[in-house]
Design a protein around this ligand. Structure first.
Ligand code: DC
Length: 223
């Protein structure tokens, strides 16, 4: 029997707006939210903290199966440590992308991601939500924007959070991370065949949110 919980997936590259849009869409629909990037980032953060050799895929996979991540009220914890702010750095993002190329690591994170699909519904934000983790999703969205616009958004976000960043460096890092995420052999970043692709370069966040909620509501049975 298929899972009756409706899942709406929002995939796309960094800076495409999927984080804020997913949060707002989940709020408007009163649904649960999965920020799968935070999961990969938290794992990356833990590997850095524990100085684990990231080339040792067996060790990384073992940690991925057991690491004590907790999502609570918009915050991310490793056991009792609140790491919400720390995992947002570009360094942690790059490590998340680096470990995300390995199939056993991705497989280790599947169950925890799928456990978020709970009533009344789920908005799942990531890179492979519509293609791999929730292929049965009733609505799949892929957000994109030009690299320059995405770098500008990330720059403002990171500055706002107190990180010291350089726009040109950030754009180069974003382009490098996109390249790795799109060309990896396992679960590469790409729109699902049945995804609606939205270019957000010229759109405000509220316009994107309205579009996504509109598409979702059209497809949901009227109550
Ligand atoms: O969405 P984000 O920037 O927080 O994600 C950080 C990195 O984590 C991203 O560059 C690749 C990896 N990731 C992934 O491989 N699969 C996901 N579903 C989410 C993130």
């Amino acid at each position: 029997m298929s899972d009756p919980t409706p899942v709406l997936t929002i995939d796309g590259p960094g800076g495409s707006g999927k984080g804020v849009v997913s949060r707002e869409v989940a709020l408007q629909l009163h649904w649960n939210l999965l920020d799968s990037g935070a999961l990969y980032r938290a794992l990356g953060y833990m590997l850095l903290e524990k100085d684990v050799d990231r080339a040792d895929i067996e060790a990384v996979t073992k940690i991925a199966h057991t690491f004590p991540i907790v999502f609570l009220n918009d915050q991310v914890y490793l056991e009792d440590d609140n790491i919400t702010a720390e995992i947002r750095s570009e360094r942690v993002g790059a490590v998340a992308s680096e470990i995300g190329v390995h199939e056993p690591v991705r497989a280790a994170l599947l169950d925890v991601q799928r456990s978020f699909a709970k009533s009344p519904g789920l908005v799942a934000d990531g890179r492979d939500m519509g293609t791999v983790v929730f292929p049965q999703a009733f609505c799949k969205i892929y957000l994109d924007a030009s690299p320059a616009e995405r770098a500008k958004r990330r720059y403002l976000q990171l500055k706002d959070s107190g990180f010291d960043v350089n726009l040109a460096e950030l754009e180069a890092q974003i382009v490098a991370r996109d390249e790795r995420d799109k060309t990896r052999a396992v679960a590469p970043l790409k729109p699902a065949a049945d995804a609606v692709v939205i270019d957000t370069t010229e759109l405000r966040i509220d316009e994107v949110v309205a579009k996504v909620v509109g598409i979702a509501k059209e497809r949901l049975p009227a109550d």
